[in-house]
Design a protein around this ligand. Structure first.
Ligand SMILES: Cc1ncc(COP(=O)(O)O)c(C=O)c1O
Length: 422
């Protein structure tokens, strides 16, 4: 068993970043699907979760799908993105937000984050429309459960006649001015992936108030069958519908959304108070009038407390310095104690696959390749300040945020993090 100078014992049972929290009722609905033989992409569980989500989120229509990525793909397609079209997309996110734009032959142009929410900076979006006035679709992510500045973003979208897709995969249960996220744009997408706040093991949903969009999503998700006595196809479809078995798991989970959010909030608050004497900042959990679902607790190490850290495309190195640390050291230390953290999403414009795509900051500069994140200091190689998202990636990490982590286990995690600053 690993033991260090602080006599902190390793966790016998791994502490996860965010693992499924089951309640038992999931099995009842899975069993029901089995007993009634609706082991298919049709059935009562699917109807039930679509009704519940419409009621809880307040949207008129919802379509259960196999993944959040499938929902995002259909959202992009139904927004009319055609080959060659440029689409504005949050830069600091998981690749699943951007890839569906590429599936349709579109070109994502990445928009920098802001410090207030870590989400798309409305000032950068405004600049992006100055540079690319023809863009008609914006993909907005609510990162780690914290709502973006939706009013500002929506105003800019309506000024430019652009549709807004919300990637609310990480943010089910969060609200903006009293409205649940996922119901703020033209199309919303949520995920029931295994690490999300509500899970079916997999699964996703497309949310909309537009009947035609919902019907089209349903049709495209079931191989685009036409209304005919045989299999008739006039367009290309997909096998994207959710399974009634998986929907059974989601159905059993959904009544626990508020409970999961409050557990995640407690975890966040405990980190905030336990780490308050360290030179760190917790991730933003909302501007005025918005509430996060606290999906993942994250921190950034203050610049003056960062030891030298170098990252290539697949390796990270750091120089230990007394009184200083970096995300690499904290993640490696947590891992050595059998606890799982994770780096902040690496910004899309720094990804080899998207490196040549344009990227717009609030200064309006489209810097496609900065490589700034591999330098030790606060400036990029070009001497300009790092983009906001690059800086969050450089100095930030996601902390173990599992609902089932006990207070005692979390106190130990806090001690381990503190030890990195010694
Ligand atoms: C921001 C974001 N968008 C999209 C997805 C894709 O969801 P799924 O895994 O259900 O396809 C995820 C998570 O997996 C995500 O974190």
């Amino acid at each position: 068993m690993f033991e260090n100078k602080h006599k902190i014992e390793s966790f016998k049972k791994k502490i996860w970043l965010s693992s499924p929290t089951m309640h038992g009722e999931e099995l009842k609905y899975v069993q029901e699907a089995y007993n009634t033989n609706w082991m298919s992409t049709v059935g009562e569980n699917i109807n039930a979760i679509e009704d519940t989500i419409c009621r809880d989120i307040g949207c008129k229509y919802s379509v259960g799908l196999s993944t959040g990525t499938a929902a995002l793909h259909l959202a992009v397609k139904l927004s009319g993105v055609k080959p060659g079209d440029k689409v504005f997309c949050s830069d600091l996110t998981f690749s699943a937000s951007a890839n569906p734009i590429t599936y349709e032959g579109g070109t994502p142009i990445f928009i920098d984050s802001e410090d207030d929410t870590w989400n798309m900076d409305p000032r950068a979006l405004e600049k992006a429309f100055d540079l690319y006035p023809d863009v008609r679709v914006v993909m907005l992510v609510h990162l780690y459960g914290t709502p973006a500045k939706v009013d500002e973003i929506k105003n800019i979208c309506s000024k430019h006649n652009a549709l807004l897709i919300e990637d609310a995969a990480e943010a089910l249960g969060a609200t903006y001015k009293g409205v649940p996220v996922g119901n703020l744009g033209d199309i919303g997408c949520i995920s029931f992936n295994g690490n999300k706040i509500i899970t079916g093991s997999a699964g996703g949903m497309l949310l909309t108030d537009d009947k035609q969009t919902a019907n089209k999503a349903r049709k495209l998700s079931t191989q685009a069958r036409e209304n005919a006595p045989w299999y008739q196809h006039e367009e290309i479809g997909y096998n994207y519908r959710i399974s009634n078995v998986i929907a059974g798991v989601v159905r059993g989970q959904l009544p626990y959304l508020a409970e999961h959010v409050s557990q995640k909030k407690e975890i966040y608050e405990r980190y905030k108070s336990g780490l308050k004497n360290l030179p760190i900042k917790m991730n933003p959990v909302g501007i005025e009038n918005s509430t996060s679902n606290y999906w993942l607790s994250c921190l950034t190490v203050n610049e003056e407390a960062m030891c030298k850290q170098v990252r290539s495309d697949n390796k990270a190195l750091y120089n230990k310095e007394s009184g200083k640390t970096c995300p690499t050291e904290i993640l490696e230390t947590l891992c050595s104690y059998n606890a799982e953290g994770r780096p902040i999403w690496k910004p899309m414009h720094l990804q080899p696959v998207y490196r040549m795509h344009d990227f717009v900051t609030r200064e309006g500069n489209g810097r496609a390749i900065t490589n700034a994140y591999i330098s030790g200091g606060n400036l990029g190689k070009d001497g300009k300040p790092l983009a906001v998202g690059e800086d969050i990636f450089k100095r930030g990490l996601c902390l173990p945020s599992d609902n089932k982590m006990t207070i005692g286990e979390q106190e130990k995690i806090i001690k381990i993090i503190c030890s990195c600053f010694e």
